[in-house]
Write a protein that binds this ligand. Structure first.
Ligand code: AKG
Ligand code: FE2
Length: 340
């Protein structure tokens, strides 16, 4: 069983003499495994430390302060979710988290046939007297990670023989993304419990920063394999939209997190590059050689992808956060409510 994932150095794209080999390596890695570590990403380590420190400080707030930010207060699906409130594959996830999206005003006059525009709006921020640096740290980190994610997306496109701007419609302004700060409480009694259940990421690309505890696993043809921590590298996973756009040449991998064993909680910070709410999936025109390997996206009958990407994002939020869905959108996409 393989237990080492490839390491891709993004800085090679900036060196003309290394570029061709880099694209080949990126294409093969993405195709064969779909999960890899990214180094040479250029993010300042001080910025990473600051983000980690603020995430920990957030989870250290008194429970009552976190509860005031509960997502149930946000029609935009922003804010805090307590342990076991989120459901994946019909099972509760043993993790607490705060979801922070693009900080934008709510959309005015939303037509009935575009309910997904409700996803745009403000975040729920912790009290600035308790955490004065939290908001600026989050917004700066989102901004930086977006640049890295777009650089990587463009590298993928060139590696697939496409113009680097082939998917620029998806990342057009107003920007959409999600930063999720997560804490998985350690529990010797519940070791092996579901930290987060098996899933694919729905968006374009995910850049994940995990701490030294471990517990992330990815599903491969040979079964589940560990994704052990690699200091200051991002774990990259391909989202369903890239799987769809490449007609399955790239695969969105199924992954999960096992509850940490022992005494130490696990923290992770996931940045999801998400599509513009008004965009649609574009099918890339791959070369004949690549097309032969693109066998179509994996259809999940319980969770069909929608071509209209705002609708797709909205549906995925409704499924994961049923309390928010029931409170604000009881009539929207009722068919998705009972899906796993
Ligand atoms: O915490 C992790 O390592 C993974 C989190 C994850 O897969 C997700 O939130 O989509
Ligand atoms: Fe994920």
């Amino acid at each position: 069983m393989k237990n080492t994932l490839p390491v891709i150095d993004l800085s090679k794209v900036d060196h003309p003499e290394e570029r061709a080999a880099f694209y080949t390596e990126l294409r093969q890695t993405a195709r064969n495994i779909g999960f890899f570590y990214l180094v040479g990403h250029g993010v300042n380590l001080a910025q990473i430390r600051q983000m980690e420190q603020q995430a920990r400080a957030f989870f250290d707030l008194p429970q009552a302060q976190k509860n005031r930010l509960n997502m149930v207060h946000s029609p935009q699906f922003r804010g805090y979710t307590g342990s076991k409130e989120e459901i994946t594959r019909n099972q509760p996830d043993h993790r607490e988290q705060i979801d922070l999206g693009a900080e934008l005003p709510v959309w005015e006059h939303i037509p009935e046939d575009k309910p997904w525009l409700h996803l745009q709006g403000p975040n729920l921020w912790p009290d600035a007297t308790a955490l004065p640096e939290f908001k600026s740290t989050v917004l700066d980190y989102q901004h930086t990670l977006r640049q890295v994610a777009i650089k990587l997306l463009r590298a993928f496109l060139v590696a697939l023989g496409q113009p680097e701007n082939a998917l620029d419609d998806l990342i057009a302004d107003p920007a959409v993304h999600l930063l999720k700060l997560v804490r998985y409480p350690a529990s010797a009694a519940q070791a092996d419990a579901q930290g987060v259940g098996a899933h694919k990421d729905t968006d374009i690309l995910t850049l994940l920063l995990q701490d030294e505890v471990g517990g992330l696993q990815v599903q491969t043809d040979e079964g589940w394999i560990d994704v052990p921590p690699l200091q200051d590298a991002f774990v990259i996973n391909i989202g369903e939209i890239l799987e769809l756009a490449t007609n399955g040449y790239l695969r969105a991998n199924v992954h999960r997190v096992i509850t940490p064993q022992g005494q130490q909680d696990r923290y992770s910070i996931a940045y999801f590059l998400a599509p513009n709410l008004n965009s649609h999936v574009t099918l890339l025109n791959l070369s004949t050689e690549l097309k032969q390997l693109a066998l179509g996206p994996e259809a999940d009958p319980n969770n069909p992808m929608l071509q209209q990407l705002g609708a797709n994002s909205f549906k995925s939020r409704l499924r994961s956060h049923k309390n928010v869905a029931d409170k604000y959108y009881p009539q929207t996409y009722p068919q998705t409510r009972n899906a796993s």
